[in-house]
Design a protein. Structure first.
Length: 263
């Protein structure tokens, strides 16, 4: 993996967090901040350290999909070292990150209606404005560390044809340029607050996710390895899995690894 800047370390002024973003490794271009942060965590990087890039050339989305992240995007990855969680609980951190993006958008831009779309997206209307990808290092079932990758379409003006109907940016929605440093500072503060709360009671995060959900109460289609399933998005379980009520009345749990939404 090659990057085009030396990974300069800097700190925000007036960042009100305990650890998140207190040390930021900044690059002009990398293949993937997730890969850089994962390597940093393997080498002993501490919780809260951030890898930030102006541009990613091979940004990672869910299911090995490509994440479009040109210079107008906000692309970073955050090292987490959660205590005492099992590998089955890692997908819940995707929801936590998506909730953090939605809350940040709501606080900074009250005129926008931002929601989360299970399991890891933040949307405005039906178009994606941000996403989260968590990658864990485990020993047996114990989580050693997690890298939370976050991408937000801040000031992207043009999308490739394949994304025109499914993606948007804050600049396109607002009509003006969003100040990247201010947004990052606010987002880190919100995500850390949620993370600290989740260590005591993850159900509080799920309550926020339910309130912000764009899916609950609606008919959805989920593609699984066994075929497509249609049903009512009824709830999230205690680990953040989606509970569908099928036409037969049977409830079906869908994990993020098992299926993805058909849009």
């Amino acid at each position: 993996m090659v990057w085009t800047s030396p990974g300069e370390v800097f700190m925000f002024h007036s960042l009100r967090t305990r650890t998140f973003g207190q040390k930021i490794h900044s690059y002009s271009k990398v293949a993937s901040t997730n890969d850089v942060a994962y390597r940093l965590a393997l080498e002993g990087g501490e919780e809260g350290e951030v890898v930030l890039a102006r541009e990613q050339t091979r940004g990672k989305g869910r299911g090995n999909h490509y994440w479009f992240s040109p210079p107008g995007s906000l692309s970073f990855s955050l090292i987490l070292r959660p205590q005492g969680i099992a590998s089955s609980q890692v997908p819940g951190l995707n929801i936590l990150g998506a909730v953090g993006i939605a809350i940040t958008c709501g606080k900074m831009f009250p005129t926008l209606s931002s929601q989360i779309r299970w399991p890891n997206d933040t949307v405005i209307g039906k178009r994606k404005v941000g996403g989260v990808l968590c990658r864990a290092r485990c020993r047996e079932d114990k989580v050693i560390f997690v890298v939370m990758g976050i991408g937000v379409n801040l000031n992207i003006e043009e999308f490739p044809p394949s994304l025109l109907s499914t993606a948007t940016s804050l600049k396109r929605e607002l009509g003006y340029t969003v100040e990247k440093e201010t947004f990052l500072r606010t987002l880190l503060q919100e995500v850390e607050e949620l993370y600290i709360a989740s260590e005591q009671d993850f159900s509080s995060i799920l309550d926020r996710a339910r309130l912000l959900s764009s899916l609950l109460g609606k008919q959805v289609r989920v593609q699984t390895g066994q075929g497509e399933i249609a049903g009512l998005a009824q709830d999230l379980d205690e680990e953040g899995n989606l509970i569908l009520r099928l036409e037969s009345g049977i409830q079906r749990k869908i994990t993020p690894e098992e299926g993805y939404l058909r849009l």
